[in-house]
Design a binder for this molecule. Structure first.
Ligand code: ADP
Length: 181
C-alpha cells in the first residue's frame, strides 16, 4: 500500500500514522519528525529548516524533497505511509513523478477532517515547540493556502478518501483502515 495522510495541523496525522503502521505493518515516513530530528542534531539541514518551522512556514521544497527522496525510493515497491508530505502542489507533483518513474502510483490519500476550533484546542494541549498561538495561526493559514489544494489534486485522481477526524484515536483509525484496507 502506498498512501498519504493529509489534513490540517493538529488533525492527528502522526497519531493515525503510528496506529496504521502497527496494524498494517507499512513503513511510516513523517517529514515533521525527520525535520525535528535534524533540528535536534543540529545538522546543516536542521539549521536551515529551524527558522521556517518556528515561524509556522513551510520548509523550502528542495530541502524537504532531499530529506525524503531516498526513503520513498527505498520503500516504493514495498509500500509506505507518508505523513506531512506532500504539503503543496509542487511536492504533490514531485511525488507523482518519483512514483511514475518506477511505474507506480498512490493507492490512497486519506484526508482527516477536523473543525478548526478542535485543531487549535489539540495543538494548544500538545505543547510542541511550534505549538504556540501565533505559529498555530500561521500554520493554519499555510494549510488553507498551500496544502488544501492537494485535496482537489487527489480528488481528480480518484484516490482521495475523506475521513471524519473527530473521536478517539481508535475510532478514527478504524475508519481509516476501513477506507484503505
Ligand atoms: P503539523 O502537521 O502539526 O503542522 P508536522 O510535524 O507535520 O506538524 O510539521 C511541522 C513543521 O515542519 C511544519 O510547520 C513545517 O514547517 C515543516 N514541514 C513538515 N513537512 C513539511 C513539508 N512537506 N514541506 C515543508 N515543510 C514541512
Amino acid at each position: 500500500m502506498r498512501a498519504v495522510l493529509l489534513g490540517p495541523p493538529g488533525a492527528g496525522k502522526g497519531t493515525q500514522a503510528e496506529l496504521i503502521r502497527d496494524r498494517l505493518s507499512v513503513p511510516h515516513i513523517s517529514t515533521g519528525e525527520l525535520l525535528r530530528s535534524a533540528v535536534e542534531e543540529g545538522s546543516d539541514l536542521g539549521l536551515q529548516a529551524k527558522g521556517y518551522m518556528d515561524r509556522g512556514e513551510l520548509v523550502p521544497d528542495d530541502l524537504v524533497v532531499g530529506l525524503i527522496r531516498e526513503r520513498i525510493a527505498k520503500n516504493a515497491e514495498r509500500g509506505f505511509l507518508l505523513d506531512g508530505f506532500p504539503r503543496n502542489l509542487a511536492q504533490g507533483e514531485t511525488l507523482e513523478k518519483m512514483l511514475e518513474e518506477n511505474g507506480l502510483r498512490l493507492d490512497h490519500v486519506v484526508n482527516l477532517e477536523v473543525p478548526e476550533a478542535e485543531l487549535v484546542k489539540r495543538m494548544m494541549g500538545r505543547g510542541r515547540a511550534d505549538d504556540n498561538e501565533e505559529t498555530i495561526r500561521s500554520r493554519l493559514a499555510v494549510y488553507h493556502e498551500e496544502t488544501a489544494p492537494l485535496c482537489d489534486f487527489y480528488r481528480q485522481r480518484s484516490v482521495l478518501r475523506e475521513i471524519d477526524g473527530m473521536g478517539t484515536p481508535e475510532e478514527i483509525s478504524a475508519r481509516v483502515i476501513a477506507a484503505v484496507g
